[in-house]
Design a protein around this ligand. Structure first.
Ligand code: SF4
Length: 374
């Protein structure tokens, strides 16, 4: 099916890349104290800095008036260095969807999207600059992997969104982030350590972290099976979202090249294991692509593959309408085909939803904005 030579899968970031400066969000509460002591600064100030960052969401050192003026700059430089600069923010849905393009310290570009709904606010974060998973329908995948993001760079996207909401910058009055989804640029489980660190910072009680519920956090993957098995053992009940996109190896090998390493059967078994161990329902993500993966028989096959692990409610299918791109091979399914796909899954007892299409007019699909800018 591919018109060009498939890109190679890349699991490790290029060697020799400079690391972002250490930040308090990279560290546990104890490590922050140690870091300040190493810098010759009083360790007890770590708690005050954490309170400013995670509880008060302050980013201006001038507002940190409980820190001695003579030490403030040193303390901020030691634990709260500037990690990223917003290059551009685009709004849609009357300002309730906001996509920010960030420039990292080394010039790498990533993006995050804040989506406010009547009952919740979700932020979608990037976990890598670029991505090495080479999915042919994805703009990010075509650029390859630049580097892994640090824990603090991922956390900072959430804190920036929380700050906008708290300051009432998003229509609907002051609010807070209730959900975080790792569905921006990158394959989260390929940057496992930083992503787990982020989940811990998001769920650590304030002021050590943001004090969020793990149940509001969704980690997505294209199916790095060993990491999926490892995640099940972490004891943090985040939701796992598996981007399946095809129920058969022949098609999935092309759409999601990691499938050449871990088959559909192995990948779905790892998802089922996650549900069994954590008692959390797994979400199967399925981007509907016209004439490629949206056939009625594939809906039946998908239902059969998932049903083979029983119908105890371990799984939910989330269909994702692609942006309509006239003339592109990767375009949105016909609404009638989409409805039939849903009908067939539900007829076989699989709970199914169609994802809302927030942010379409601002290139809401993962990676598209950064790819355009680059
Ligand atoms: S779809 Fe996701 S995993 Fe695949 S290349 Fe794009 S960002 Fe990476």
């Amino acid at each position: 099916m591919s018109e060009r030579t498939p890109l190679p899968l890349v699991f490790d970031e290029p060697r020799g890349r400079k690391k972002p400066p250490p930040h308090l969000a990279d560290l546990t509460a104890d490590e922050r104290v140690e870091r300040l002591k190493e810098l010759g600064l009083p360790g007890f100030r770590a708690k005050q800095l954490s309170t400013h960052y995670f509880a008060r969401l302050v980013d201006d050192p001038a507002e940190m008036t409980d820190l001695p003026a003579a030490q403030r700059d040193e303390l901020v430089a030691g634990l709260l260095p500037n990690l990223m600069t917003p290059l551009r923010t685009m709004e849609a849905d009357r300002g309730t969807t906001r996509k920010t393009l960030w420039k990292l310290f080394d010039g790498a570009l990533v993006e995050s999207v804040l989506m406010r709904y009547p009952d919740r606010a979700t932020i979608c974060v990037s976990s890598q600059a670029g991505c090495g998973m080479a999915c042919p329908f994805c703009a990010t995948g075509q650029g390859g992997l630049q580097r892994n993001m640090s824990t603090a760079e991922i956390v900072e996207q959430v804190v920036a969104g929380a700050r906008s909401l708290a300051r009432g910058e998003v229509p609907g009055g002051p609010g807070r982030v209730s959900n975080v989804v790792f569905m921006g640029m990158g394959e989260p489980l390929a940057n496992y350590k930083a992503v787990i660190g982020t989940v811990r910072r998001l769920t650590d009680p304030t002021p050590d972290g943001l004090g969020m519920s793990a149940r509001g956090i969704t980690v997505s993957t294209v199916g790095l099976v060993p990491r999926m098995l490892q995640l099940a053992e972490e004891g943090i009940p985040v939701t796992l979202a598996l981007s399946l996109h095809a129920p058969d190896d022949e098609l999935r090998n092309e759409l999601v090249p990691i499938n050449t390493r871990y088959s559909v059967a192995e990948t779905v078994a790892a998802a089922w294991n996650y549900a069994k161990v954590t008692k959390r329902r797994v979400s199967i993500e399925y981007a509907m692509m016209r004439g490629i993966n949206d056939h009625a028989w594939r809906a039946d096959l998908l239902a059969d593959v998932l049903q083979s692990y029983g119908d105890w409610g371990w799984v939910h299918v989330n269909l994702i309408p692609l942006n309509p791109t006239p003339g592109s091979k990767w375009t949105a399914s016909d609404p009638a085909d989409e409805r039939e796909f849903v009908r067939r899954l539900e007829a076989k007892g699989i709970s199914t939803t169609v994802r809302d299409t927030r942010g379409r007019e601002i290139d809401g699909a993962c990676g598209q904005l950064a790819a355009t800018e680059a």
